[in-house]
Each structure stands twice: as structure tokens, then as C-alpha cells.
Write a protein that binds this ligand. Structure first.
Ligand SMILES: Nc1ncnc2c1ncn2[C@@H]1O[C@H](COP(=O)(O)OP(=O)(O)OP(=O)(O)O)[C@@H](O)[C@H]1O
Ligand SMILES: [Mg+2]
Length: 275
């Protein structure tokens, strides 16, 4: 076999592997969809049962006095256990649901690279994240300072993927300033997130910096590990940064770096090649 044949054989093998990976991705997306439906039943019915239990509690409260003391106690114990159990079912159902959503988003879609205005994309998703966090926490607030250089060229990106990375990093920043504002109650603290896009050394840099909790060394080491999270059960899947990293590095030939100081700041810098 000559050199050319060898190369062709090698390339064919690569393509077969890529196809296998792609169909694996599609397969798992399909399975995840199938799991999500029965899971919705679990979550919705546990919610409903929680409400029914509350109604039952009211009824019990009304007739309580006519019951013998022992039965009353037993009934109340059972009710309280049932309430806890149902809350656990719902909480863990939501947890699985979040993981599935993460995997679905990851395995979804084709890789369509399009000339993209990064400033527009970043601006849109920064505010999307802000409003999403605010919708969940009414007393959340933060000053967002955007600074985008004027002559940023269009970049060849997969927009839905890069927007996902921006959303992840911005969500983390919002949570970090929110956590710190809760810890800092009493002392003056102005939650701030700075977002910057600039051209530097032939690359485009996107910087998202928050003055939130910062990240300890221990957490830094596991930052990009899939499913690593410090958030309470049900709140974070721990997939955010591992997915963001693979989007930036594997799909866009870029880099993602983090600098931090505990209780001062966290700065994520994404570098993307210009062409
Ligand atoms: N800006 C930040 N400030 C402080 N800690 C951060 C910041 N960004 C990430 N972290 C830490 O890194 C961990 C992992 O982040 P990652 O985005 O991968 O997962 P998550 O945010 O916990 O969950 P998910 O992104 O799925 O909601 C977080 O739980 C948090 O402890
Ligand atoms: Mg996250």
C-alpha cells in the first residue's frame, strides 16, 4: 500500500468514527427525550400529590379533636412523612430533569459555522441570563458594565453553542454575586459584572468578570469536571463549565481561562481565533 492509500484509509476510518459519534449523540438525545416524558409524570404527579396532602391536612385539622390522642399523633406523623417523601421525589425528579436538559442541549443539532457578530450575541445572552436569574430571585440585582471594542470582525462560530457558553459563564457570575450579596448583608457591597470584548494579539478576547464570591483552590481544580458543582441539589448540574470548555476549545479552537481571588473577583477570559 502506498502513502496515499494509507492516508485515504486513515481518513476513511476517521470519518467512520465521526459518524459513529454523531449517531451516538443522536441516539442519546432520543433516549433522553424518551426519559423526559415519564419523568414529567413523576414530577407533576408528585406536585399534585403534595397539594392533595395539604388539603388532607386541613381536613384532619378539622376532625382532629374528635380522634383519640394516639390516632391523632400517628396520623400527623404519617402525614408529615408523606409530605417529606413527596418533596424528595419532586426535588430529585427536577434534578434528573436538569441533567437531561444539559445532555440534550449538548448533543443537539448540527455544527453550523456562521459568520457571527460576537458583540450582538454576547449582549443578547448576558441580558437573557440576567433576566432569567431575576425571574427566579426577586431581590437579585447587579450592575452590568459592557464594553465592546468597535472594530471586532465577524467570527466563524456555531452561534447556538457559543451563546450557550456565554449563558453558562454569565449564570455562574450572577450566582456568585448573588451569593456574596447574601453573605455581605449589612456591609456595603455593590454586585458588579463587567463584560468586555477586545482585539488582542490577533485574537478576540471575551472577558466576563464578577466581583462575587471568588473560587477556592479546591474548587478551581475541579472547575471543568463534568457534574462537579457546589450548588445545592437541584440547582446546578455541574455541566456548565465542562460543556463551555469543550465548545470553546474543541469546536472553536479557542481557549478559556479563569483567574480569581476569594471574596474579590472571578474573571473568565475566552480567546477566539480571528479566522
Ligand atoms: N463566577 C464564579 N464564581 C464563583 N464560583 C464559580 C463561578 N463559576 C463557577 N463557579 C464554581 O464552579 C462550579 C462549577 O460550575 P459549572 O458552571 O460547571 O456548574 P454549576 O454552575 O454548578 O451547574 P450548572 O452550570 O449546570 O447550572 C460551580 O458550582 C461553582 O462552585
Ligand atoms: Mg454553571
Amino acid at each position: 500500500m502506498n502513502e496515499t492509500d494509507k492516508i485515504i484509509e486513515y481518513l476513511e476510518k476517521q470519518i467512520r468514527n465521526q459518524e459513529k459519534l454523531a449517531s451516538l449523540g443522536m441516539l442519546s438525545a432520543g433516549i433522553m427525550h424518551e426519559i423526559q416524558n415519564p419523568l414529567n409524570f413523576v414530577i407533576n404527579f408528585s406536585k399534585l400529590s403534595g397539594k392533595l396532602l395539604k388539603d388532607m391536612e386541613d381536613v384532619v385539622l378539622e376532625v382532629e379533636n374528635s380522634l383519640p390522642h394516639d390516632s391523632r399523633e400517628e396520623l400527623n406523623d404519617i402525614l408529615s412523612d408523606l409530605k417529606n417523601n413527596i418533596a424528595k421525589i419532586e426535588e430529585n425528579g427536577n434534578r434528573v430533569s436538569n441533567i437531561i436538559r444539559g445532555i440534550l442541549l449538548y448533543s443537539r443539532g448540527k455544527d453550523d459555522y456562521t459568520p457571527t457578530d460576537l458583540k450582538e450575541l454576547v449582549h443578547e445572552y448576558i441580558w437573557l441570563s440576567y433576566h432569567a436569574v431575576r425571574a427566579g430571585h426577586k431581590n437579585f440585582n447587579v450592575s452590568i458594565i459592557e464594553h465592546y471594542e468597535n472594530d471586532i470582525p465577524l467570527l466563524n462560530l456555531i452561534p447556538q453553542d457559543v451563546s450557550r457558553a456565554v449563558l453558562n459563564i454569565m449564570n455562574n457570575a450572577c450566582h456568585a454575586v448573588f451569593s456574596r450579596s447574601k453573605e455581605a448583608s449589612g456591609t456595603p457591597y455593590e454586585p458588579t459584572i463587567k463584560v468586555e470584548i477586545r482585539k488582542e494579539a490577533g485574537k478576540i478576547k471575551l472577558v466576563i468578570e464578577d466581583n462575587g464570591t471568588g473560587i477556592s483552590n479546591e474548587v478551581s481544580e475541579k472547575l471543568y469536571t463534568p457534574f462537579f458543582t457546589t450548588k445545592p441539589i437541584g440547582e446546578g448540574t455541574g455541566l456548565g463549565l465542562s460543556i463551555s470548555k469543550s465548545i470553546i476549545e474543541k469546536k472553536h479552537n479557542g481557549t478559556i481561562e479563569m483567574e480569581t481571588k476569594v471574596n474579590e473577583f472571578t474573571r473568565f477570559t475566552i480567546s477566539l481565533p480571528i479566522s
